[in-house]
Design a protein around this ligand. Structure first.
Ligand code: PEP
Ligand code: MG
Length: 854
């Protein structure tokens, strides 16, 4: 247990965040009311053993010292000197809502109240302080519900016909205090008039609040250790409610929304801190002080400046003004938006307050994609009608459409659209591409809608379970609310919220600051960063964000474009080698142009093309649709229907796809690879520098790779070789890495499928229950979003180690969605040669990889 002056140099772990901040402030010469801090160690002991030997003696001794410092006696007024009252607060080493917060005015009794009234000449203030103590103490120490006290207060206000507490007379507040006292007495939990007993009760209540169910849940969700314990801060009271020259406020040393430099905050005249929090009265902007109390304002500015200098970060501080004198009660690093985080980090480095390296470390890499996009201006937004998973950042509004055809119709008229689907399939690509936003009722963060949206940079909210979509009718429902085609919707893919109507958007952050920050980060990065991109536009965008090549170019989206689908379908239906050859020849022409465009956009940089991955039936209309057309007499539909039935699988994700399909229908393999090689050849002839690489998906056995390699080599003999690799996305491939590695130039870990198969968890459906799983603490996080280091990470590490041992020249990369998630990137930063992320997340990957190197 320490007085502020005795606790210099002690750790935050011991003093708790609040206590630590007070000690630091006192040390920096800032005006802080004297306080004593009971350490987290005492709390741990109390919880373990039920008591702390010598605790109360020590509290008494320190309290006596505190009395000396302020020149008042605890709970006892003397003549014109009011009694010393204290606040008692909890303060864990990490900020933790859910625990007991604050009891103010502790030490007051029916006797003390009289002397407080006399000494201040303000009976109203004294009785108000007492009734506040009674209700706070009644609630947090004696266990009565807050509503009971509020009920009595409201009843009194009603009786007097007044709106606000401040309109009650001293006599009213006195009567109310006695009503509270009587109530607690009758309830069998009398309020202790002895200040000392009050203090003991409050300290023990703080200790015990560590075990509140809410606090426990919070710790579980955020992975905070159970055994930290909380410190207790006992601090001499100062009063913001002594008149118009008193008040209480909250300040930020820089604007927490924009990061702009300068004092920002709110102030409430003639009030105690809890009035601000309780929202009873609306505070005024701090800047108003400039008009009626300019000196005070300057003093707060000076203090804000000192706080930043001392803590070297933007601070969020609480203060009280007692009869014109400023006191600081708390300070901590302020929460801020991503935009503010970037501005503050860069500007503080430029001001010389922190180093460039510190600036790089201070920005949360996962927040970067959201920075480049507008967001919903929450201050001006109505209540959202729906919530889903924030799948692709940015906000957009547009007219609800339920099909590709409707998206085209609206777009042709120059109208923005939001594509609303139960879930998306590759067939929806046109609508997804044209729309400003995508909304689905089903699917998780690696569902088709989410992956494609991030790739396209289109904001998306997926898995909004309360949404029912009937595309055939062009309608959707949220509870009772019907959404028809054309209805205006706004969605925010950074928060997962959906609004009715066109909601005002806030502009994106200035990119200049971001690029400056990244330029400081770059020298610390050794992990390569590529992009997942399958159109020239995506490739360009990714390159602009600093991608050093393409780590995954999926080829299936190319098969879905309108003019190609008939040929894909002919390929599926082909009965003779000639029919197949004709279809492939047509597709070759398209595919070659696709590759040329992408290779050109990434000129001079590697482009890893993945050969066809999905099962063939994904390219056919649904069985129901075909059935209807076939029964209506459409001959082609009939043939397709028969074929679709033959191709249908119970479990297509584990079916006839990937390498299996490529080996048994080698015509597709040859066509794709030849298109890639031919595209590169033509570009070289045009003076470009294409760097194609090819890889095969879903391998589970070295034999498959061997066969694929043999097929590839047939073409390499004709065109010259290019790097040949395999994805590692089945657990078996990871386990057999030493046998596969000698056959290839590189591994690319497909962590989407690897996670799906390692967990036995469908990446398309798990969104239905995974959030709850995480909430209940069954999983520490969603493994489809962040790489599971324990299991999937172990497979990865093993495959890298054994693969490299078997083939020292083996290159290793990652191209699942985890490749753009900061903590996953940090995990692989020393393990792999490169990571590959969707274009907008290239920035995240770059920053996270640099942070890992610092
Ligand atoms: C993967 O499985 O991680 C991968 C990149 O492939 P896809 O997402 O296309 O299945
Ligand atoms: Mg895959």
């Amino acid at each position: 247990m320490y007085l502020l002056s005795e606790a210099r140099g002690l750790s935050r772990d011991l003093l708790g965040g609040k206590g630590f901040g007070l000690v630091e402030m006192a040390q920096a010469g800032l005006p802080v009311p004297p306080a004593l801090i009971i350490t987290t160690e005492a709390c741990r002991r109390f919880l373990r053993e039920g008591a702390v030997p010598g605790l109360w003696e020590e509290v008494r001794a320190k309290l006596a010292a505190l009395e000396g410092l302020v020149g008042k006696r605890f709970g006892k007024g003397e003549g014109s000197t009011p009694p010393l009252l204290v606040s008692v607060r909890s303060g864990a080493p990490v900020s933790m809502p859910g625990m007991m917060d604050t009891i103010l005015n502790l030490g007051l009794s029916s006797e003390g109240v009289e002397s407080l009234a006399r000494a201040t000449g303000n009976p109203r203030f004294a009785w108000d302080a007492f009734r506040r103590l009674l209700s706070m103490y009644g609630e947090v120490v004696l266990g009565e519900r807050a509503e009971v006290f509020e009920g009595m207060l409201s009843a009194l206000k009603e009786k007097r016909g007044v709106q606000s507490d401040t309109e009650l007379s001293p006599e009213d507040l006195e009567a109310l205090s006695f009503q509270y006292l009587r109530h607690l007495q009758e309830r069998g939990t009398p309020f202790p008039m002895d200040p000392w007993l009050q203090l003991q009760g409050a300290i023990e209540a703080v200790f015990r609040s560590w075990l509140n169910p809410r606090a426990k849940t919070y710790r579980r969700i955020y992975g905070i250790p159970e055994d930290l314990g909380t410190a207790v801060v006992v601090q001499a009271m100062v009063y913001g409610n002594l008149g118009e020259d008193s008040g209480t406020g909250v300040g930020f040393t820089r604007n927490p929304a924009t990061g702009e430099k300068g004092l920002y905050g709110e102030y409430l005249r003639n009030a105690q801190g809890e009035d601000v929090v309780a929202g009873i009265r609306t505070p005024e902007p701090l800047s108003r002080l400039k008009e009626y109390a300019p000196e005070l304002y300057r003093e707060i500015e000076r203090v804000a400046h000192l706080l930043e200098r001392h803590f070297r970060d933007m601070q969020d501080f609480e203060f009280t003004v007692e009869r014109g004198r400023l006191y600081l009660l708390q300070t901590r690093s302020g929460k801020r938006t991503a935009q503010a985080a970037v501005r503050i980090a860069v500007e503080m480095a430029e001001e010389g307050l922190i180093s460039k390296e510190e600036a790089v470390l201070r920005v949360e890499a996962n927040a970067l994609p959201g920075l480049l996009k507008p967001t919903v201006d929450r201050e001006k937004a109505p209540k959202p009608i729906l919530r889903g998973l924030p799948a692709s950042p940015g906000a957009a509004f547009g007219h609800a459409v339920f099909s590709n055809e409707a998206a085209e119709r609206y777009t042709a008229q120059g109208l923005p659209t939001i594509l609303v689907r139960p879930e998306t399939t590759p067939e929806d690509i046109t609508g997804m591409y044209l729309s400003k936003g995508i909304l689905t009722a089903r699917g998780g963060l690696t569902s088709h809608a989410a992956v494609v949206a991030r790739g396209l940079g289109v904001p998306a909210v997926v898995g909004a379970e309360a949404l029912r979509v009937v595309p055939e009718e062009g309608r959707a429902w949220v509870d009772g609310l019907e959404i028809q085609e054309g209805e205006l919707l706004t969605l925010d893919g950074s928060t997962g919220e959906v609004y009715l109507g066109a909601v005002p958007l806030a502009e994106a952050a200035e990119e200049e600051l971001l690029h400056k920050l990244l330029s400081w980060a770059e020298p610390h990065r050794s992990l390569g960063v590529r992009a997942n991109a399958d159109t020239p536009l995506d490739a360009q965008r990714a390159r602009a964000f600093g991608a050093e090549g393409i780590g995954l170019c999926r080829t299936e989206h190319m098969f879905f474009q309108e003019e190609r689908l008939p040929w894909v379908r002919r390929l599926i239906l082909a009965r003779t080698p000639e029919e197949e050859a004709e279809a492939l020849e047509r597709l070759f022409v398209f595919q070659k142009e696709d590759f040329k465009g992408i290779l050109k956009a990434m000129d001079g940089l590697p482009v890893t093309v993945r050969l066809l991955d999905p099962p063939l039936h994904e390219f056919l209309p649904s069985l129901e649709e075909l059935k209807v057309q076939a029964e209506a007499g459409d001959e082609e539909a009939k043939a397709l229907w028969e074929r679709a039935k033959a191709l249908a699988e119970q479990n297509p994700m584990l079916g006839f796809r990937g390498i299996r399909l490529l080996l048994l229908r080698p015509g597709i393999f040859r066509m794709q690879l030849r298109a890639l090689l031919e595209a590169a050849k033509e570009l070289r002839e045009e003076g470009f520098d294409p760097r194609p690489e090819v890889m095969v998906p879903l391998v589970a056995d070295p034999k498959e790779v061997e066969r694929a390699k043999a097929l590839a080599e047939e073409l390499f003999r004709e065109y010259g070789p290019i790097p040949f690799g395999t994805m590692i996305e089945t657990p078996r491939a990871a386990l057999l890495a030493s046998e596969i590695a000698p056959l290839v130039d590189f591994f690319s870990f497909g962590t989407n499928d690897l996670t799906q198969m390692a967990f036995g968890l469908s990446r398309d459906d798990a969104g239905k229950f995974l959030p709850q799983y995480v909430e209940e603490g069954l999983f520490p996080f969603d493994p489809t979003e962040r790489l599971d280091e324990k299991g999937v990470g172990r497979l990865l590490r093993l495959a890298v180690q054994e693969g490299k041992r078997a083939n020292p020249r083996l290159k290793v990369g990652l191209c699942g969605e985890h490749g753009g998630e900061a903590r996953s990137v940090a995990f692989v930063a020393d393990l792999l040669d490169y990571t590959s992320a969707s274009p907008f997340r290239v920035l995240t990957a770059r920053l996270a990889a640099a942070q890992a190197g610092l």
